[in-house]
Design a protein around this ligand. Sequence first.
Ligand SMILES: O=C(O)CCC(=O)C(=O)O
Ligand SMILES: [Fe+2]
Length: 201
Amino acid sequence: MTGAIDVGGVTVWPGWLSPEAQIAMAADIRAVVASAPLYAPETPCGRKMSVRMTAAGDYGWISDRRGYRYESRHPSGVAWPTIPASVLAVWEGLAGVARAPQCCLVNWYDEAARMGLHQDRDEADLTMPVVSISLGDDALFRVGGVVRGGKTQSIWLRSGDVAVLGGPARLAYHGIDRVRPGSSTLFPRGGRINLTLRVVD
Ligand SMILES: O=C(O)CCC(=O)C(=O)O
Ligand SMILES: [Fe+2]
């Protein structure tokens, strides 16, 4: 692991997870996905999101025609699986707050997936950080300010990197412009997983 990098107030920890830790976490996430399958969410205006999603923890973040919100069940009706200990350990190492995360949102990116600039603002206590873990293919992460339309900075997030959105950057606009197919061998068929840990209520 090298030192932290500041990207528009977001702290990025390159290589926070060793290759062995990434393999163990990928297996833990495979188990999460086996009990709470990935699905393609719709935006409130009816477009399919390009990422596929699921979650672990007390809450999962949901987007559908009714809007954005946290729900205590997967769209199929099953309870979300618990957050794996390997993932909780990252929060404990970097979040710097006493509370535990209540949601681990799982985003799956294939080579065509992206995520538009947005703020994470559906959580009740915005003094709690969001901790974001990258696994698999590299992703071009863009960070702006707390108002839409300002200047942005970009960084390639690699497998094992962790980003913390906290303090003044908790409401920074951010998104994924694209992934670099074939840049990691963590997942046999390629792709990227991002995990975001959040305190919800
Ligand atoms: O995939 C990423 O690195 C970011 C994901 C994200 O911003 C989110 O799930 O809110
Ligand atoms: Fe986000």
